[in-house]
Design a protein around this ligand. Structure first.
Ligand SMILES: [Zn+2]
Length: 353
């Protein structure tokens, strides 16, 4: 079948809502489990970005994930958690039907110098300040290399035990797209190329599973489908083995190309584990232009790629990227309601803390 031409980044005609313009099947409530404010902007910019993102895409809830140390040019912003919390409080005070959550990242010393007591103290302090959960970027290869400690070692154990006991969720970026380890990529000098000085993907995955084994009740959400778009068998094994594990569907476009190679199997997984996937976009103020009104342009791709892939029934392609022909899942409404809203509410709470 010929792919259906589809450009989600064209601005909708005036008076037409974005979901309707994009041909989504149903006007479903949408909650975004993965949003950042990691660029250097002031409070008014941050607040307007989140406000506008929610209004433009019809989002009922978003989770702001703090990144005291982001992967963008290894940006360090020790105040990033507090920025997320401030935006959460301000926006929730504006409207009773808008729910913004904030998850805190850890401030790390790196170089093998992190201390279990310090990480536990950070977790207790952030929980007491009203954060709704935590965000870990330490599984990203560059950050894991700098950390110079295993994720499943004794340094993180008290932190994870505290999360397990308190029931607070944690979203973790662990790994990266498998081809980032391709030696040809490193030889070509491209960005996101990992040579032998970085931990392997297999090692990072094994450490994450070590955490899950040691903390079976941890509400762990692995971001970007744990980069398993081409391995539905492994995704199924993890979901079967660890009942509190979830995946978020934040692009990485490569996940969607991977799932498109076997959409029948993935569709089966979504039906079987409907309560284990969360919608996420990775919207970040790094993406936003100076004109904050251009939401479709800024965030259209990362919001609409997951939606189009989950909802559409005919093969399609995005005009503005090279993912090739995507073969979508055409999920039933009850599964979409779980992925878009129900799972978010169960994970982060009916109301922000
Ligand atoms: Zn992210």
């Amino acid at each position: 079948m010929d792919p259906v031409a589809f450009n989600p980044n064209e601005p909708p005609p005036s008076g037409v809502s974005n979901p309707a313009f994009n041909g989504y099947r149903a006007d479903l409530p949408l909650c975004d489990a993965h949003v950042h404010l990691s660029a250097d902007h002031d409070f008014a910019w941050d607040a307007q970005m989140v406000r506008g993102l929610m209004e433009h895409f019809g989002m009922e809830r978003v989770a702001l994930l703090g990144l005291p140390s982001s992967s963008h040019r290894e940006n360090v912003d020790a105040g990033n958690n507090a920025r997320c919390l401030a935006v959460k409080r301000a926006l929730n005070a504006e409207r009773p039907d808008r729910f913004v959550y904030a998850c805190a990242g850890l401030v790390l010393r790196n170089g093998g110098r992190d201390d279990p007591g310090d990480l536990l103290a950070q977790a207790r302090a952030r929980a007491a300040e009203g954060y709704d959960g935590f965000k870990l970027l330490v599984g990203k290869p560059g950050q894991r290399k700098r950390l110079a400690l295993p994720l499943d070692g004794p340094v993180f154990a008290p932190f994870f035990s505290f999360l397990e006991e308190s029931g607070l969720p944690v979203t973790m970026h662990a790994g990266d797209p498998p081809d980032f380890w391709d030696p040809a990529r490193a030889a070509a000098g491209g960005t996101w190329a990992y040579d032998a000085s970085f931990p392997t993907l297999a090692r990072i995955r094994a450490e994450v599973e070590g955490v899950l084994r040691a903390h079976p009740r941890l509400k762990l959400t692995l971001a970007h489908l744990f980069f398993l778009g081409d391995r539905p068998d492994e995704a199924a094994r993890l979901l079967e083995t660890y009942p509190d594990l979830c995946f978020d569907l934040t692009p990485g476009g490569e996940m969607y190309a991977g799932m498109s190679r076997d959409p029948e199997t993935w569709r089966g997984l979504f039906l079987r584990f409907a309560d284990r996937f969360l919608f996420g976009s990775d919207s970040d103020d790094w993406h936003s232009s100076d004109d904050l009104a251009t939401y479709t342009w800024n965030f259209g791709f990362i919001v609409n790629l997951p939606r189009a892939f989950l909802e559409r029934t005919e093969p399609f392609r995005f005009h503005d990227c090279d993912l090739g022909v995507l073969r979508p899942l055409g999920l039933p409404d009850e599964v979409l309601r779980a992925v878009y809203r129900g799972n978010f509410v169960r994970r982060f709470g009916e109301r922000p803390r």
